[in-house]
Each structure stands twice: as C-alpha cells, then as structure tokens.
Design a protein around this ligand. Structure first.
Ligand code: NAD
Length: 487
C-alpha cells in the first residue's frame, strides 16, 4: 500500500471540490442521513472554499445520543468476537476507500497527498490492531470463595476528535469504544468534518443502526456532549485548556474521561548521537508537517559538541521545503490548519525575534497562497520565553545548546506538560537511563513521537488523563465488575 503513495497523484479527480460535492456528505444518525444547515469548509493550502458540510446544532446531540442509547443493548449483547468481526469489516471498508479518504484528508487539511495516504494506512492498521485486543478476566480463587473481575460496556461514548490527524485519531476512539461494547457519537473538529462524514457513511454498511453516529457542529456541540446525561464517557483529543473545560462540564454526571491533550516535548541530543538521524526526525515531525502533531519535538536541546552539526543539517533540509497544492507531488510542506493557527504560530516566531533570537527561515516563493508558514529554526531561545514554555503547534523549532546532562534534564522536565520526550545517543543504555528520568508519558530513545496502536500511550502532568492504545484504550471504555460468590 505504501508503494502506491506516489502513484495516486495521477488519480486525483480533475475537480476535487466537484468530486466531494458528488459524495453528498451528510451526518449519520441511526444509519440515516440527517440534513442540517450547510456551511463552508476551507482548503488550508489556498484559503478557498473546497466544500460545504452540514452544521449540527446543539439539538442534534439529543437525536444522536438517543439513537446510540437505543442501539446500545443489542450491540453490548453481541459477543466480543462478533464485535471484532464488525470492526474488521470497518477496516476493510476504510481500506477499500483508501484513495477517497486520502483525497478528502488532503482537501480538508491541505497536507501533501502522500502524508494523507500514510494517515489512511495507519488508520486501517489502528482499527485492526485495536480490534485484536482482549480484556482478560481476573479470577480470585480462594477457599469458600469464587470471585472474578469482568469487564462490561459503559454505554454511549462521545468522541471529540481533533483536526491534526482527523482520521487516525477518530478511528482509534471508535475502535476502542465499539470493541468494548459501547456505542458512539463522533463529532469531528469543525475544520475537518469531511473525512468523518464520509466514514460515517461507510459505517452504515457495517454496523447496526445507531451503533456509530456522526454529527458536526462547533464548540457548543462539543460542550453539549460533555454535559449530556445520556453520554457515559468522553474521549477527547485537543488542547489542555479545552480538556479542563470538558472535565468541568462532565463532572456533574461523573463521566469517564480519556483526555489526550497538549505537549511541549523536549528532545535531548547527547554528545555521541547521530546528527543526521536527529535532524531527519525533527524536520519530518516538527517542521514539514507544520508542527501539527501533539508529540512533535517542540524543544530541541543539543550537546554543544553536536550543536552545529544538527543545526546545519536542519537548515539544509529546510531549504527543500516546498509549499503548494497537496495534490501536486512537488509539494512537501503542510500548511497550518487555519488563519488563526497561522497567526498564533507566527506570533511565537515574531516574539522570539523581538527578544533577540536568530530566526532562520527561508521564505516560500512569491505567490504562495493559503496558511503556509516557512519552517523556522530559532537560535538563542531559552526557558522563560513563550516559544520554549508553551506549545507552539507549528513549524517554529527552538534549538538550544547544553553541556550538563542533569541541567538539561531539569529544563526538559520544566512546565505543565508531560506528553513525551526523547534522548538521542550512540549508547542506548546511557540514553535509556536518562530517558527514564523524563517526567513524561512516553520516553523515546533515538526516535520521537513513535506511536503504534499495539503500544500503550500514557500521559503525565497536564498532558492528559487515562491511557490509550494496546488493550488499555479498550479497558478505559469498559467498566469493571466484580462477581463474588461464596461457595
Ligand atoms: P481546542 O482544544 O480549542 O479544540 C479542540 C476541539 O474541542 C474542537 O473540536 C473544538 O470545537 C472543541 N471544543 C472547544 N471548546 C469545547 C468545549 N467547551 N467542550 C467540548 N468541546 C470543545 O483546539 P484547537 O483550537 O482545535 O487547536 C488549538 C490548540 O490545541 C493547538 O494549538 C494545539 O496546542 C492543541 N491541539 C492539540 C492536539 C493534540 O493532538 N494533542 C490536537 C489539536 C490541537
């Protein structure tokens, strides 16, 4: 499938907007179209309208939750293997429609088609990997007692998905919930509703009515889900600030929560690391994708011995950044998702320059449209500056030299976030020893942001609540029950 990545450029519809219109994307409630007022969806690569979508109102939340509640007893009563088999069929449907999904992701995010294609590849794999999980029972066998801890479905799950990886993060939420026996109401980010609406239409062929519902809507719809008494759990990916609002809104109904929030990951590059590997990873995840990845490297600390080598390699890679249509194979850069994000991220670079930092940035060719920002590498930044203390979520990367390992570890552990971090070294044991002292959910060695649905995703500090992936993500969508018999 990955080999096909370059060949699909020749299969892009002549008019992407016309093709999307022909899909007649609608919300899905109880496997039926639910029409609503229409609104425009912007293509971030040129700032033009690429499609229209239905816009849900708060009142649509009730209809979706009712459908999901009606479907819950039947779905929960199915065997684990029957639900797994339906999820496998859903993965098959995504796979059969992989080109269409990649075109839609590229249209709504502006990201190069090969990146969109990779996201679809991961999405199919995530559904299959989660579908393969088990929740083993625990048996407590003692004299006169037979007790077992089992897992039961929770009810209706509200999934609020982000725009930065609109398909893979949505399908992970869906697969966790549906395998556990819950039913779902998915509400995508307002910037990227098209892929979710399309998947909702595919899901109608796979799941009984009401098991999988998709509605759109702005923040008020998300807020209505967070406080809805008919929803048992919210699964959310987005900013820490919104995560706090959701936790507060969910408190009166004591909803279960999985919150995947912001991060400000540090990478620590020791004096015996490979500069080329560091630069390639930092460029790919922190700059080329316009930094729109929760676990991108957001602070790059390099031992002074390698500092020049890593900086120069990054500057070399940045020379090849090409903005343009995602459907043009020559485009390598992703745009920011919106004008608001572009303004916000430019603010970090401008502030750093105003504070005397050197901002290395090669402007794109004149005439570049949309929300593109040329990748920027910032020298001279330090703790106490917004670029270092806050999550930039954009292609502006501070690179900072260090000499003392304990001192750099203390800097890496500063701040409210604890999503991930990495240590780079030719000596893996040395790197693991230092990485183990990071105050983060994930600590990578000689890699960064390496997620995989078969490995757990924990969170530290203000970067989240709960744990995702492997069987833990499914476990979080079930309630534990002790059956305790005196015998
Ligand atoms: P956000 O947290 O403001 O919004 C995320 C989602 O929550 C959106 O769909 C929004 O409509 C919804 N929402 C807003 N208020 C809500 C409420 N009170 N109740 C329920 N839902 C609500 O994020 P954003 O504006 O899309 O992006 C801004 C920042 O969020 C980024 O700069 C980045 O720092 C962070 N972010 C992180 C991730 C991640 O993967 N961790 C993903 C996207 C964005």
């Amino acid at each position: 499938m990955m080999q096909e990545a370059e060949t699909i450029y020749s299969e892009v519809p002549a008019s992407v907007s016309g093709w999307i219109a022909s899909l007649r994307l609608q919300q899905t409630i109880a496997n039926r179209d639910v029409a609503a007022d229409r609104r425009e969806v912007v293509h971030p690569a040129d700032g033009e309208v690429i499609a229209e979508c239905p816009e849900a109102k708060v009142s649509d939340v009730d209809a979706a939750v009712d459908a999901a509640r009606d479907a819950f007893p039947g779905w929960a009563a199915l065997s684990w293997s029957a639900r797994r088999e339906r999820l496998e069929a859903f993965a098959d449907a995504l796979d059969r429609n992989r080109k269409a999904l990649a075109f839609i992701i590229a249209a709504e995010t502006g990201r190069p088609l090969r990146r969109a294609w990779t996201e679809v590849f991961f999405s199919v794999d995530y559904v299959r990997t989660i579908a393969a999980q088990e929740l083993p029972e625990t048996v407590y066998d003692r004299a006169g007692l037979r007790a077992r801890l089992v897992h039961r479905p929770l009810g209706v799950v509200g999934a609020i998905a982000p725009w930065n990886a609109p398909v893979v993060l949505a399908v992970a939420k869906i697969a966790n919930a549906l395998l556990a026996g819950d039913t779902i109401v998915l509400r995508p980010a307002p910037q990227t509703p098209l892929s979710a609406l399309f998947m909702g239409q595919l899901a109608r062929e796979v799941f009984p009515a009401g098991v999988y519902n998709t509605i759109t809507g702005d923040a008020s719809v998300g807020a209505a889900m967070a406080s809805h008494p008919g929803i048992a759990k919210i699964s959310f990916t987005g900013s820490t600030g919104t995560g706090r609002l959701i936790a507060a809104a969910a408190a009166p109904t004591l909803k279960k929560l999985t919150l995947e929030l912001g991060g400000n990951d540090a990478a620590i590059v020791l004096d015996d690391a490979n500069p080329a590997d560091v630069a390639a990873c930092a460029y790919a995840i922190s700059l080329q994708n316009a930094g729109q990845f929760c676990a991108a490297i957001k602070r790059l600390y390099v031992h002074e011995k390698l500092y020049g080598a890593v900086r120069d390699r990054l500057l070399m890679l940045m020379e090849n950044a090409a903005a343009g249509s995602p459907f043009d194979a020559a485009t390598t850069m992703a745009p920011l998702q919106s004008q608001a994000q572009l303004d916000r991220v430019k603010g970090f670079a401008d502030d750093a320059a105003a504070r005397g930092c050197t901002v290395h940035q090669q402007p794109f060719a004149a005439g570049t449209k949309g929300y593109f920002m040329a990748p920027a590498l910032v020298e001279g930044a330090a703790a106490g500056m917004p670029l270092v203390d806050e999550e930039q979520f954009g292609p502006v990367l501070p690179i900072m030299p260090f000499t003392d390992e304990d001192a750099v570890l203390a800097l890496a552990n500063e701040g409210e976030y604890g999503l991930g971090g990495s240590v780079w070294s030719g000596d893996v044991d040395r790197a693991i020893a230092l990485a183990s002292r990071l105050e983060s959910g994930s600590a990578w060695v000689n890699q960064h942001g390496a997620y995989n649905a078969s490995l757990p995703l924990p969170f530290a500090k203000q970067s989240g609540l709960g744990m995702d992936y492997a069987h833990f993500g499914v476990l979080e969508h079930a309630r534990a029950m002790l059956i305790n018999a005196r015998v």
